[in-house]
Design a protein around this ligand. Structure first.
Ligand code: AMP
Ligand code: MG
Length: 339
């Protein structure tokens, strides 16, 4: 690694205005400052992210978050900037891009365009020596918008081996939480209810596509199954807890089964996770137990680096600092950008 390079990372792909400053050290990164301004309270009343409200909030928050990052760092210097250009909500992405362009020009720094999904994978490099991660690896990214399995050969080289054919796992959890009246975001609310479950009521949900021989996923049926089971019945606390425990377990079972199959089939050394859903305690525990029992190195970022953050964008920018294609010229938001 090139020592002492300081990278500013900016992410506005969804409802968090996120910025961080990382310094590349000999074997890894030092987190200098890390700020996330969440908009959850604003979107809660709509039951999901309202893109134009999110755009307005990013516009308002970006200068405040930038100031905080520099204040926390006790320094105003950095060497390069990374910004998410996609995938994500385009009106939101544009806010981060325009802000990044402005400071790149003002401070005469290079600006590197980053794919948000790749950054969720590279979040695994923030807190550990890069030499400690043995490749090839199977990487599972599970977020509000994506559920994707990759074979990672090296940094920058990913083969898509499976993805969701309909809803993302996080999206399904968010919709299930809405059916159960638990509010937004659904994942943490479901996890909290599942934790209270004592085993007195039992419900059963399907494990969609689990036994199929591919690495794809499908989660929209899970939400429909919950909807049918909730029809014309009293949604009492015990039933909600049972439903949450079962929905969470159904998601974990399918994700774990397919990831394990991919790791065995591709004979990799390492399995890495990323994305907001892998902040889930039960998921992390069960993946850790199963994968380590089969001698795979299991790597997952701390929770704060699973959900959207600027540090993963900074790390990705550092790794791509020499790629010409990632340097900004006609930089534009790309809502459906593929890895
Ligand atoms: P991201 O798109 O990466 O920002 O992740 C957001 C998604 O992660 C949303 O669908 C959340 O419901 C989900 N999520 C966040 N925390 C948790 C958690 N502890 N358990 C399950 N899902 C979660
Ligand atoms: Mg994300």
């Amino acid at each position: 690694m090139t020592q002492n390079t300081k990278v500013l990372g900016i992410d506005t792909s969804c409802d968090d205005t996120a910025m961080a400053l990382l310094e590349a050290e000999k074997f890894g990164f030092r987190i200098i400052s890390n700020v996330v301004s969440s908009q959850v309270k604003i979107h809660q009343q709509y039951g999901g992210v309202y893109p134009f409200l999110a755009k307005r909030e990013h516009q308002k928050n970006l200068p405040i978050v930038f100031k905080k990052v520099l204040q926390q760092a006790k320094s105003k210097t950095f060497d390069m900037i990374g910004v998410t250009v996609g995938p994500g909500l385009e009106p939101c992405l544009w806010q981060g891009i325009n802000f990044a362009k402005e400071i790149a020009v003002k401070h005469k720094k290079s600006l590197i365009t980053i794919n948000h999904i790749e950054a969720h994978i590279l979040a695994n490099f923030i807190e550990r020596k890069s030499t400690a991660i043995k490749l090839p690896a199977v990487c599972l990214v599970v977020s509000g918008g994506h559920t994707t399995l990759f074979l990672m050969k090296k940094i920058g080289r990913y083969e898509l081996i499976g993805e969701t054919l309909d809803d993302a796992a996080g999206e399904a959890l968010d919709k299930i939480a809405r059916i159960l009246g638990l509010g937004y975001p659904g994942g943490p609310a479901i996890a909290a209810e599942a934790k209270k479950y004592k085993g007195s009521t039992s419900v059963f949900l399907p494990r969609p596509m689990m036994r199929q021989k591919n690495y794809n996923f499908s989660f929209s049926g899970l939400k429909t199954a919950v909807l049918y089971k909730c029809k014309a019945r009293d949604l009492n606390a015990e039933f909600i807890q049972a439903m949450c425990a079962e929905a969470q377990q159904a998601v974990i079972d399918v994700l774990l089964h397919k990831t394990l199959k991919a790791a065995r089939d591709y004979k990799v050394k390492t399995v890495m996770l990323g994305g907001g859903v892998v902040a889930n305690e039960a998921l992390r525990k069960q993946f850790g137990e199963k994968l380590q029992a089969e001698n795979f190195a299991f790597i997952v970022p701390s929770k704060e680096f699973c959900t959207d953050n600027g540090a993963m964008i900074a790390a990705a920018a550092y790794f791509h600092r020499k790629d010409k294609k990632n340097l900004f010229k006609n930089i534009a938001a790309q809502g459906n950008l593929a890895i």
